[in-house]
Design a protein around this ligand. Structure first.
Ligand code: 6R9
Length: 695
C-alpha cells in the first residue's frame, strides 16, 4: 500500500467535507463544558510577590505593546542575546511577513541580517558571564542510583569536541545530521554541536521503527547518523543500533548511503560486542570524540538560517519536516520559557519530554539553556521502578519547576495519592502540562495532590509548528481554571474562526487560528513549501490554521477541544490516521483500513482500526496481532492500534468517501448517536459493523 498523496486542499470545506458533522460534535462538547460553573484557582500573594508577571493588568500592558509594536517589543528582548552582527531594520521593522495566500507566497522573517549562534547563546554566553560552574544538566538514569551531572563549562567542552569531530567529518553549515538517540545527555549535546557548526539537526524519536527512521533519513539525506547502542527504559532494553542498521539498509535499497554512523556505547544497556557493526561505516563515539579539542569556533548564522528539522504527523500520509530557523526560534523559546514558568535563577527545572519531540527541543534543551537554567534529564519512565519515581527525583534534585504531559499525570493518578505523599516535594513551585488538553479531574489531582495546592499549573498550548508556547498561563498573572490554557502569550494573536473563515468574537467556539506571525513560527516544510501553504494557510485565508478546535469563555480564556483534522493524539503523540491506515493496508491480507480515535482513560485518545480483509480471508486473533505488528514495524509501537474491528464493509458516501463520523460513534459505543445514515451508498454496513463489535 502506497502512501496517501497530498490532497489539494483549498478550503476548510475540502478538509472537513468528510466530517462536517464532527465539527458540530466538537462544538456541543465544548459548549457542554461551558455550562458547568468554571472553578477558579487564585494564586497566592506569596507567589505573586516574586512573580515576573503578577497581575492581569501588567500582562495586558505588555501584551498590548507586543501586538501593537511587535518589532519594538521583540527587538528589546533580542538585545539581551549575543549577536555577532545586528539585524537589519527597515522603517523600524525587524520582521517581515506574509501569511495571506491571496497576497502571494507565504514568507516569514525575523531579525534578518542578524548574525548569531544559538549554541553560543545557550552555553558560551553563560560561561563568559561567570556561570561556568553552574550545573547545566543533572542526568538521572533509568535505574535509581545511576546519575551524572555536567556544569555549563563541561557541557560546552563536550559540545565542542563533538562539533570538532563533525566538522572533521566534513559536516558543513546547512548539512543535515540525523540523530536517533535515547535520553542521555549526549542527545542534547548532539543537537547543540550541530547548532554550533550550522548543521541542521533532525532528531528522530527513539520509539520510531526502522522504516519510519529510514523515511525521515531519505527526506533530508544526512551523511552522518548519530545513535546509541541501546537503552533501558523501565524493564525493557531497546537496541537502537539494530534499528538504525535496518533503517540504513532500507535507505540503501532506495539508492542512498549514509557515510558514518557514530554510535555512543551505552554500556549500562548493552555490551559493545553485542551490538551489530559494519566496519568502515560505524564508529564508537567514545573512541573518537574525546580526542578532539574542547574548544571550537562557532559558525555565525543568519537569523533566518535553518536550525533544525523535526518531522510531525498531519492529515495525509507522509510526515512533514517542520523547519525552524535560528534567530526567531532562539528569542521565542527563551522568552516563553522564562515567563510561562516564571523562571528565576535558582530554579531547578525538570521536563519529562524526550528530545525526539518538539517539547524536548524547545523546553528541555534550547529554552532552559538560553536562560542558564539547571535542567534534569531523565532516561527512564515515570512509573519505574514504581509510581513514586517522579517524586523521588523531584526531592533528589530539589526540582522547583516540573513539566510533564496529562497522560503521565493520569497514569500516576491511577496509583493513588500514597506514592506522591511519601515524598516531600516541598521544592516544587510551578507545574506544567503539555501535549493534549488536560481533563479537569487530572488537573485537580495535579494541583491538589502533586502541588499541595500551592503550585500554579501552566497548561501550555502549542505545537511543533509554533516552536514555542502560544496560549499559556503566566504563573502569578491571573486566576487559573482547570482545563484552560487561559491567555495568549506576548505577540500571539489568536482568532476563533467559523466554517466560512470568518473570525468570531467574544464567547464562542470554532477553529483556532493565529492572525499574525510570531518569532518562533516554522518557516516552511522541508522541500515542500506548497504543502506548507496548503496545510496551514489555505484553509482559512489570512490566518495560520492550527488544526485544533477551541472555545473562548466570558473571561477571554481559551479552552482547547482537540484536533479537528485526521490527527489522533495518543499519549500526547501526534499520529496521522492516514499513516496508520497506510501501514495497515500494506499487510498482505488487508483490503482496506479506516482509523479513528476514541477516548482512552490513560492515553487521552486510543487508536481504533476498522479492517476489511481480502475476499475469503478468515478473522483470527493471529491476524489481528499481525495487523498490529504491521503498524509497529512501519511506524513504531506507540502507534499500535488498541482495537481492531473487523469490517466486511465501511460506511461510504455515494462518492466513495468514508464517513468517519459514523466510525467514531461506533468506536465510542455511542450507537444511539449515529445520526443520518441514509446518505450512505450502502446503509446496511452499519448494522453489520455493530454486529461485529465483539468479534
Ligand atoms: C507541544 C506539542 C500539537 C498538538 C496541538 C494540540 C495538542 C498540545 C496542548 C494541546 C490542548 C494543550 N496540544 N498541547 N491541546 N492543550 N496544552 O504537543 O506539539 O506534538 O506538535 O502536538 O497537541 O492538539 O495541535 P505537537
Amino acid at each position: 500500500g502506497g502512501l496517501v498523496d497530498l490532497a489539494h486542499v483549498n478550503s476548510v470545506r475540502d478538509i472537513f467535507a468528510l466530517n462536517a458533522a464532527d465539527i458540530g460534535d466538537a462544538r456541543s462538547k465544548a459548549d457542554a463544558v461551558e455550562e458547568e460553573e468554571e472553578e477558579r484557582e487564585l494564586i497566592s500573594d506569596a507567589f505573586r510577590s516574586t512573580a515576573l508577571v503578577s497581575s492581569r493588568e501588567q500582562y495586558e500592558a505588555m501584551y498590548r505593546r507586543s501586538v501593537e509594536d511587535p518589532d519594538g517589543f521583540w527587538a528589546d528582548i533580542a538585545s539581551s542575546f549575543y549577536w555577532k552582527t545586528k539585524w537589519e531594520t527597515k522603517d523600524g521593522k525587524i520582521h517581515s511577513e506574509n501569511i495571506d495566500v491571496r497576497k502571494g507566497r507565504v514568507a516569514i522573517e525575523w531579525f534578518k541580517g542578524g548574525q548569531t549562534n544559538i549554541c553560543y547563546n545557550a552555553l558560551d554566553r553563560h560561561v563568559k558571564a561567570g556561570l561556568g560552574d553552574k550545573i547545566a544538566f543533572f542526568w538521572e538514569g533509568n535505574d535509581p542510583g545511576l546519575d551524572d551531572k555536567l556544569t555549563y563549562t563541561q557541557l560546552l567542552e563536550r559540545v565542542c569536541q563533538l562539533a570538532n569531530y563533525l566538522r572533521d567529518q566534513g559536516v558543513k553549515k546547512g548539512d543535515a545530521v540525523a540523530i536517533y538517540m535515547p535520553m542521555l545527555v549526549e542527545l542534547p549535546i548532539a543537537m547543540l554541536a550541530c547548532a554550533r557548526i550550522g548543521a541542521v539537526h533532525s532528531v528522530v524519536f527513539g520509539g520510531f521503527s526502522a522504516e519510519a527512521l529510514s523515511q525521515r533519513i531519505l527526506d533530508c539525506r544526512p551523511n552522518i547518523v548519530l545513535t546509541t547502542s541501546g537503552v533501558r527504559r523501565g524493564a525493557k532494553v531497546i537496541k537502537l543500533k539494530e534499528i538504525v542498521d535496518e533503517a540504513l539498509e532500507c535507505v540503501l535499497r532506495e539508492g542512498f548511503a549514509v557515510g558514518t554512523c557514530l554510535t555512543y556505547a551505552n554500556d549500562s544497556a548493552i555490551q559493545r560486542e553485542d551490538t551489530p557493526w559494519q566496519k568502515g561505516r560505524d564508529i564508537w563515539w567514545q573512541d573518537v570524540v574525546p580526542k578532539y579539542p574542547k574548544d571550537c569556533a562557532v559558525e555565525w548564522m543568519d537569523a533566518e538560517d535553518t536550525l533544525f528539522l523535526l518531522y510531525t504527523s498531519g492529515s495525509t500520509g507522509k510526515p512533514k519536516g517542520v523547519l525552524h530557523t535560528t534567530g526567531g526560534y532562539m528569542v521565542y523559546t527563551a522568552t516563553t520559557f522564562k515567563y510561562a514558568f516564571d523562571y528565576h535563577d535558582n530554579d531547578i527545572y525538570w521536563c519529562t519530554a524526550d528530545c525526539g519531540w518538539i517539547t524536548g527541543h524547545s523546553y528541555l534543551t534550547y529554552g532552559p539553556l538560553l536562560n542558564g537554567a539547571s535542567v534534569v534529564v531523565f532516561e527512564g519512565v515515570p512509573n519505574y521502578p514504581d509510581a513514586g519515581r517522579c517524586w523521588e527525583i523531584v526531592d533528589k534534585y530539589k526540582v522547583s519547576i516540573f513539566y510533564t504531559a496529562p497522560t503521565a499525570i493520569r497514569s500516576l493518578m491511577r496509583s493513588g495519592d500514597e506514592p506522591v505523599k511519601q515524598h516531600s516535594r516541598k521544592s516544587l513551585r510551578v507545574l506544567g502540562s503539555v501535549g493534549e488538553p488536560i481533563n479537569p479531574s487530572a488537573w485537580r489531582w495535579y494541583y491538589d495532590v502533586v502541588g499541595d495546592g500551592h503550585c500554579p499549573i501552566s497548561d501550555t498550548w502549542w505545537q511543533t509548528e509554533t516552536g514555542g508556547f502560544m496560549i499559556t498561563p503566566l504563573p502569578g498573572g491571573w486566576p487559573l481554571k482547570p482545563g484552560s490554557a487561559t491567555l495568549p502569550f506576548f505577540g500571539v494573536q489568536p482568532a476563533i474562526v467559523d466554517e466560512n473563515g470568518h473570525e468570531i468574537s467574544g464567547k464562542c467556539s470554532g477553529y483556532l487560528c493565529i492572525k499574525a506571525a510570531w518569532p518562533g513560527m516554522m518557516r516552511t516544510l522541508q522541500g515542500d513549501h506548497a504543502r506548507y501553504e496548503t496545510t496551514y494557510f489555505a484553509p482559512f485565508k489570512g490566518f495560520y490554521f492550527s488544526g485544533d478546535g477551541c472555545r473562548r469563555d466570558g473571561d477571554g480564556y481559551y479552552w482547547l477541544t482537540g484536533r479537528v483534522d485526521d490527527v489522533i493524539n495518543v499519549s500526547g503523540h501526534r499520529i496521522g490516521t492516514a499513516e496508520v491506515e497506510s501501514a495497515l493496508v500494506s499487510h498482505p491480507q488487508c483490503a482496506e483500513a479506516a482509523v479513528v480515535g476514541f477516548d482512552h482513560e490513560i492515553k487521552g485518545q486510543g487508536i481504533y482500526a476498522f479492517i476489511t480483509l481480502l475476499e475469503g480471508v478468515e478473522y483470527s486473533q493471529q491476524l489481528r496481532a499481525s495487523l498490529i505488528n504491521a503498524v509497529r514495524i512501519q511506524i513504531g509501537a506507540f502507534a499500535a492500534p488498541d482495537k481492531i474491528h473487523w469490517a466486511p464493509g465501511l460506511p461510504k458516501t455515494r462518492s466513495g468517501k468514508i464517513m468517519r463520523r459514523i466510525l467514531r460513534k461506533i468506536a465510542a459505543n455511542q450507537l444511539d448517536e449515529l445520526g443520518d445514515i441514509s446518505t450512505l451508498a450502502d446503509p446496511s454496513v452499519v448494522a453489520q459493523l455493530i454486529d461485529l463489535r465483539d468479534v
